[in-house]
Design a protein around this ligand. Sequence first.
Ligand code: FAD
Length: 483
Amino acid sequence: MLSSPARPSLLWFRLDLRLEDNPALADALAAGGPVLPVFVHDPAGEGAWALGGASRWWLHHALADLADQLDRLGLPLILREGDASGCLRELLAETGAEAVYANRRYEPAAIAQEAEVAEGVLASGAKIYFSNAALLFEPWEIRNKSGNPFQVFTPYWRTCREQGWPGPVRVDLKKLAKIPAKECPRSLALDELGLLPDKDWDAGFYEAWQPTREGALARLETFVREGLDEYEGERDRPDQDGTSRLSPYLHFGQIGPREVAAALKQGAGAVAAGADKYLAEIGWREFSHHLLYHFPQTPEAPLRPEFADFPWRENADLLRAWQRGRTGYPLVDAGMRQLWSTGWMHNRVRMVAASLLVKHLLQPWQAGARWFWDTLVDADLANNTQGWQWTAGCGADAAPYFRVFNPVTQGERFDPQGDYVRRWVPELAKLPPKFIHRPWEAPASLLEDCGVVLGNDYPEPIVGHVEGRGRALAAFEKFKSAR
Ligand code: FAD
């Protein structure tokens, strides 16, 4: 029990790992008593989508950072593991807290978890309050003229824009009462959650990321200062540092979209065009959450149900070659290796790599989505589902199935000098721009000079583009005519 005369509140952290712009914290502070921060690691509560390896790595560091920030304010971060409802009820009993404050999540399992937690908290005589830290708009706030959820991005985003978005929520951290260590309930040590990998596969993550609140603010500040102006032109170029790389921070809530939108406003004026385009990408994030909330079956099933019968040809060897970055298409292989090494892949390359898997190789989009889930530090059920269904042509506002990316011309257009490929596929580094995206067309003497033996150092294309495209289109025709 805490010695404070006022009864404490529990602040249940979820995907909102920040103190500023955190409405649950603002509300808990307004209640007047001490605020006790808690995080419950509840893998079973994530349903079929327990955190992948890269997300666990990020979560470990984000929690360490949050605990540091709280420590500077004289507060602990209580860590528990197990069923969230049971853990929170235990803490209510241990601390005499009168309420739980939390921010919402929108994944089907998290919504179910929320309902169970609410039931348990109310049954134990305490109160529970939920707020929104993750989105500009709650998924149920935006409806089309018939009152239904949107399935097309442009009118969705127009409707959002007409509403205008709220600014960040002010949280007066000075009001947080210190809690003496001896009065704190027991907590697991962070390492006891076992989030870091056993194998030494994460070395590149440490080089690529600063997974802290400070890292998020620094990224945002640098991007607004140096990247926003050129965003529209550069965002498709994997060879440039042209995007914000805020996705893992946004996913884990180390920064919120209201804070991002507010920072863009300050930077607007000269950079208004970039800001508009950038906000539209934040809009895609909102749209993905809108879709996941209204169509909760979509992480597993296509939004367009007829695609459930699509004649995929599951093949573990093809899937493995794609996962390992050994398809023989340099842009795709560079992306898959960037993903493995850093936990992130450029958006343009995500689209081309995903397209190769579902179209040229006819592998089910769910298999690709699972791999991304395990390997992305920004793995996000809403964005990942939407990205894969969009690419496979079975989702909302999706590219038609018969539009098949050409992985060679995409490489030549968006990585014209081949610098991105050189970085991630070093065995091709010596090839000149003319052949770096199509090494199989290079003269034998050039390959020899560049030290490349195709089929040995680097694979031949796993399937020819014309053949793969033809096969995908034939599968689509067959599927269409069977309907
Ligand atoms: P920026 O260009 O700087 O964009 C700013 C923010 O807008 C991003 O951080 C992200 O939150 C949001 N955003 C940008 N593009 C999209 C988009 N197409 N859909 C939804 N939100 C977007 N994004 C994830 O956050 N998690 C995922 O698991 C994920 N899986 C994807 C899978 C596939 C097959 C595809 C094609 C895309 C996926 N995306 C995913 C979307 C996109 O690739 C990433 O959000 C983006 O590359 C992150 O880099 P950034 O922060 O530099 O983006």
